[in-house]
Design a protein around this ligand. Structure first.
Ligand code: SF4
Length: 221
């Protein structure tokens, strides 16, 4: 890489909300010890957002600053906020993390230029899937990916079924139905729906799991 680009990449700063070590508490890699790098900033307004604090604020850090905070060899989860909004910094950080397993959690606000660099991508979309969501799914399908659907008591099975039919086109896809949590508690009505929907979905889409956020149940970060 030319020196000028190297210098630019080194000087580039991203806005980071927090960096911490914990277990992965949601999705198909649940239970794996990981470092979490939470990007700051988000352009979505999910009514059940549990990381409102990451929508604003944070500290500017270079990818070297981030790397210095990450010890050992555990995988790294890049989450938010919405990481894709800081695409240039995300690319710089991925360069530094080469050799590690890196997972991405995204709401797909912006196109990803580095989808192939991730071990796995968890894409959280509101249903029904929009044409932009479908394009994002096509883009990330170069890697194994999960569509994370947060199930609320108002969730409609027809929307989940339609998303599953679309995901059926991608061999490396999976679906996680995640019952919404209110604070640290899982919403009981949502949990009932998520279990019911997971069962019904299996006849058309096998790779579906119903998984609550276990870090909340365990009172972990
Ligand atoms: S995408 Fe994530 S951070 Fe943004 S509003 Fe939704 S839940 Fe909150």
């Amino acid at each position: 890489m030319p020196t000028s680009i190297n210098k630019k990449t080194c000087a580039l700063k991203g806005k980071i909300s927090e960096i911490f070590f914990s277990i992965q508490g949601e999705g198909i890699y649940c239970g794996i010890p990981c470092w979490f790098v939470r990007f700051s900033g988000c352009d979505k307004n999910c009514p059940y957002c549990d990381t409102l604090y990451a929508k604003t604020g944070g500290s500017f850090m270079t990818s070297e600053n981030v790397l210095r905070r990450i010890k050992g060899n555990a995988p790294v989860v890049i989450t938010g906020g919405e990481p894709s909004l800081q695409g240039e910094f995300l690319s710089a950080l991925l360069t530094k993390l080469k050799g590690r397993k890196v997972f991405l959690e995204t709401s797909g606000s912006m196109q990803l230029s580095d989808a192939g660099a991730f071990e796995h991508i968890s894409f959280h979309a509101e249903l029904p899937l929009s044409s932009d969501d479908r394009k994002f799914i096509r883009d990330i399908s170069v890697r194994a990916f999960t569509l994370k659907i947060v199930v609320t008591s108002a969730a409609k099975f027809k929307d989940i079924l339609s998303a599953a039919r679309y995901l059926g086109k991608f061999v490396n896809s999976s679906i996680v139905l995640q019952p919404v949590s209110i604070g640290k508690k899982i919403d009981k009505a949502a949990l009932g729906k998520a279990v019911l929907f997971a069962g019904r979905l299996q006849s058309v889409y096998k790779k579906v799991r119903m998984l609550p956020q276990i870090h909340k149940l365990l009172d972990l970060k």
